[in-house]
Design a protein around this ligand. Structure first.
Ligand code: AKG
Ligand code: FE2
Length: 362
């Protein structure tokens, strides 16, 4: 009898509603929303009115302010262009080790060429010794191929022979241009959403000082991934302005909720591109836009014995965007005010990026 009274529907409802309300209020007050927004970028690119364009630009900026990541849909890059880049990339990584190794990059400032499994360890640390120790202990389980602007006289791209990787070079050069063009549009939307002139960034981002990184995460036995600090790619933020990230359907990308510090999955959404803001854009915007920590973990493994599993192979392509190397990055005029004084001294892109790359790879 007692039990029945205590759990009567009315009482249950009252208690639940009260505690639900408390929880909800606490959630709203303590934890700003953290959901990566999916943005219909067609409403910016082909806006039917100025209001629609501004509204979409505002959504983009809000995504970077609150989460640091957005999913961009209707971005204008044909799916055949993306799948073609993925196919040529897969063909490249399936080349014999010796062929890839001939393209290995040596100078960290060049950021071009092939990087074998275990050569990199992404981390937030800027201390070269600490990074070297981490790399020895828990390297990232991935291999990559890094491509820059092809006309650079100082740093040369390392292309495989056409006979080894047919159509690889042309496909990647075309993809590089496609990504550059999309990044210009996203930067225009950011300018508009920050109440700057839409063309504010145009002259500062037109020299294509970017880095196209093809990534291949080999299948790996799960016991190796359970090691101390081990992940497919450790937690890090990106250095530049924006990263355009194309993922296959395997998944594993996780983004840190800066309020709770918990990592949450950013699963692939077919047809969309993940875009995140990097450290240089956060600095440029006086931290109004957020550069969020992210990592790649292994998705559920396939069992190969009673005790062992193996994770599926994963492929992704990241396009790291940078301003022109000689552009001065000093606080954007609309991101500073009495309540938000400029936090960072001006720096050129080159000083900033080369400093970060040297610490990571030396
Ligand atoms: O492969 C991915 O999904 C993410 C890669 C990444 O974050 C990076 O290379 O900076
Ligand atoms: Fe990243």
């Amino acid at each position: 009898m007692l039990l029945l009274r205590v759990t009567s529907p009315q009482r249950y409802f009252t208690v639940t509603r009260a505690s639900w309300a408390r929880r909800t209020l606490a959630t709203v007050a303590d934890t700003p929303s953290f959901r990566i927004p999916l943005i219909d970028f067609g409403k910016y690119l082909n806006a039917s009115s100025d209001a629609e364009k501004r509204q979409t630009a505002q959504e983009v900026v809000n995504g970077f302010k609150e989460v640091g990541f957005v999913y961009l849909d209707k971005h204008g890059v044909p799916s055949s262009t993306v799948s073609n880049a993925f196919s040529r990339s897969a063909e490249f990584f399936s080349l014999p080790k010796e062929v890839k190794q001939k393209l290995a990059w040596e100078d960290p400032r060049s950021n071009r060429g092939y990087v074998a499994v275990g050569r990199e360890r992404v981390t937030q640390s800027a201390d070269a010794n600490e990074i070297a120790q981490l790399r020895a202990k828990a390297p990232d389980f991935k291999e990559s191929m890094e491509i820059g602007r092809d006309w650079d006289q100082t740093w040369k791209n390392q292309w495989p022979q056409e006979s080894d990787a047919p159509r690889f070079k042309q496909t990647m050069l075309d993809f590089y241009q496609t990504c550059h063009d999309l990044h210009v549009q996203v930067m225009r939307a950011i300018a508009l959403g920050l109440d700057l002139d839409e063309s504010y960034f145009d002259g500062k981002i037109d020299q294509q000082c970017h880095n196209l990184r093809l990534l291949s995460y080999p299948p790996i036995k799960t016991d190796l991934l359970r090691g101390d600090g081990q992940a497919r790619a450790g937690a890090h933020s990106d250095y530049g302005t924006l990263t355009l990230l194309f993922q296959d359907s395997v998944g594993g990308l996780e983004v840190q909720n800066p309020h709770t510090k918990q990592f949450q999955p950013a699963p692939p959404i077919p047809g969309s591109i993940v875009i995140n803001a990097g450290d240089l854009l956060a600095r440029w915007s006086n931290d109004v836009l957020r550069s969020t920590l992210h990592r790649v973990v292994a998705p559920p493994a396939k069992k190969i014995s009673e005790t062992e599993g193996i994770t599926p192979h994963r492929q992704s392509i990241a396009f790291f965007c940078n301003p022109n190397f000689d552009a001065e990055i000093s606080c954007l005029p609309t991101c500073v005010g009495p309540d938000n004084t400029a936090k960072y001294s001006p720096v050129t892109t080159e000083q900033y990026i080369v400093g970060r790359l040297t610490a990571t790879y030396m």
